[in-house]
Design a protein around this ligand. Structure first.
Ligand SMILES: Nc1nc2c(ncn2[C@@H]2O[C@H](COP(=O)(O)OP(=O)(O)OP(=O)(O)O)[C@@H](O)[C@H]2O)c(=O)[nH]1
Length: 510
């Protein structure tokens, strides 16, 4: 347990050291457009001196986390800038962990400029870099990396489901899960090291090792289950890539225009109108979708531009998550069973020269367009088949059934964000978890309780497993990762902390 305590303490104190070494920063934290109220934040050791200077009272003592209606003055001219609300957040119970305050002022460009100028005139204050408040919260130990990324996702969330998922992550649902695994793995590693170091002298029982392998298998099982999620969280975060593909002239561009409710793609009666990929991002029933219209596919063409368009279309199929395979309703009007539809899909993909590997692991939804050209009886027959959706882009009144089915597909692909089952939202997490499992696997395969050098090598694998989790949460030195995360968060990293946390003692035998 002492080992665990040391790890935690060294983690926290290094972060605190970084946090308190910063100077005081200020910035407009609300949007950069004219608005009713704008929020200007200040964080750092000089915050109280700054707020006293702005309210024009050198011994002003606001109560923590209470709003005060105050007049704000420029410290050089003593002219009043605005009247607004002041909130004081003494550290460490603040967002950054440092002393912080907020000025809520009227959101005109002139008021904001005057406030920023006033703060900039004070000694020890400088304008914050983009995202620097969050960076301080991270280095101050207030947020782990998953929470930082969750916060960035929350700020960028465009759909309701994305908002829910980002909110869960930003409030620590994923971080708590990973931290729980991290602690269990550290405990296993600590027991193993105790066994290596003291087994002979203090008669530590071999049963410890049995217990340890049982626990490792349990953690491995939980991580595997977490990984086996059909990438739902990642799809929700990044958007479901949905490609509309089919033969020339079947109505792919017409469908895209209908889905987006605007004319993004050119529609003509000439086969081969669409040459390049046309992509649009769409909020579809709360799910983010990236629709792609593609060039019509056929086996042979002499036209080199069309050939390039078809190559791009096939690549788009390969990169997609959901394939809307569009066909002319006349081509399927004779089909009378789901098996016949399945056979048709296979033949159609072959005609379009789409190799089956390109579609493997993806949802392929057959959509029959131009039902307005069918008889009522043919339409009815098609509607009875469950694996084909029939539409007419010329009669959008029949679209609700299709849209409902599409929304259902998206719901199944993205799932529902739940606090009890936080999902992987980032490929980086997935890669580290897979590496963590690999290390546990190697340990379980290689350790031999009675052969100490082998045991020590196996113990190193266990430490690697811990490190993989720590690279997700940011508990270890991981500049390369921080670089990516804060870039996503629009933060220019000026100085990178290089903390090196000794996670576990190196066994004597190494
Ligand atoms: N009758 C009927 N015609 C349609 C329907 N949808 C599209 N069309 C017509 O079919 C023709 C081709 O439509 P597009 O949307 O350009 O077809 P496309 O598949 O994108 O064509 P390419 O770009 O050549 O691959 C146009 O004349 C459309 O007006 C429909 O539901 N019913």
């Amino acid at each position: 347990m002492a080992l665990l305590r040391n790890i935690t303490n060294s983690f926290c104190s290094s972060f605190r050291r970084y946090a308190s070494s910063g100077c005081t920063i200020y910035s407009l934290s609300s949007g950069h457009v004219k608005c009713g109220v704008s929020v200007i934040r200040v964080s750092g050791p000089q915050t109280k001196r700054a707020l006293r200077a702005i309210v024009g009272c050198s011994d002003y003592e606001p109560k923590a986390r209470q709003a005060y209606l105050k007049s704000f003055f420029h410290p050089i001219s003593n002219e009043m800038i605005d009247r607004g609300l002041l909130l004081w957040f003494p550290g460490p119970a603040s967002f950054t962990g440092e002393d912080a305050c907020e000025f809520q002022v009227h959101g005109s460009l002139a008021v904001i400029a005057a406030m920023l100028d006033a703060l900039g005139r004070l000694d020890g204050l400088r304008q914050a870099e983009p995202g620097e408040f969050t960076k301080r919260a991270f280095f101050g130990g207030k947020l782990d990396l998953t929470e930082v990324e969750g916060l960035a996702d929350l700020i960028h969330a465009e759909t309701e489901a994305q908002r829910k998922q980002a909110l869960l992550q930003s409030t620590g649902a994923l971080g708590r899960l990973y931290n729980k695994w991290r602690k269990r793995l550290i405990r296993c590693a600590a027991h193993l090291e105790a066994f290596i170091d003291f087994a002979e002298e203090e008669q530590i029982e071999g049963g410890v090792i049995l217990q340890l392998t049982k626990e490792l298998k349990a953690v491995r099982g939980e991580i595997r289950e977490h990984l086996n999620d059909q990438r739902q969280g990642e799809l929700l975060r990044e958007g479901v890539r949905t490609v509309i593909v089919g033969a020339p002239n079947v109505g792919k561009s017409s469908l895209l225009n209908l889905l987006c409710q605007r004319s993004v793609s050119i529609v003509t009666d000439q086969a081969g109108t669409t040459r390049d990929i046309i992509e649009t991002m769409h909020n579809f029933g709360g799910y983010p979708v990236i629709f792609s219209d593609t060039a019509g596919l056929r086996r042979h063409t002499a036209d080199s531009i069309e050939r390039e368009g078809m190559k791009r279309a096939r690549k788009c199929v390969e990169d997609s998550d959901l394939i809307l395979l569009l066909t002319d309703a006349k081509a399927v009007r004779e089909l009378s069973s789901n098996e016949m539809v399945a056979g048709y899909v296979e033949r159609y993909l072959k005609d379009l020269d789409i190799p089956t590997e390109l579609c493997s692991g993806k949802r392929v939804q057959l959509v029959a367009n131009k039902t307005d050209t069918l008889s009522a009886e043919e339409c009815q027959r098609l509607e009875q088949l469950s694996n084909v959706l029939s539409i007419s882009c010329h009669q959008p009144a029949n679209m609700p059934t299709f849209l409902g089915a599409l929304e259902q597909q998206l719901q199944q692909l993205c799932g529902t964000p739940r606090a009890e089952h936080p999902r992987i939202t980032n490929t980086r997490y997935r890669q580290q978890l897979e590496r963590c499992i690999e290390n546990i696997d190697i340990f379980l395969r290689d350790y031999k309780p009675d052969v100490f050098p082998d045991m020590a090598i196996a113990a190193a694998k266990l430490r690697n497993a811990v490190r993989c989790i720590e690279r997700i949460t940011g508990h270890v030195s991981c500049e390369d990762i921080l670089d990516v995360v804060f870039k996503d968060f629009c933060i220019e990293i000026e100085q990178l902390l290089r903390p090196v946390y000794v996670v576990l003692r190196v066994p004597k035998v190494l």
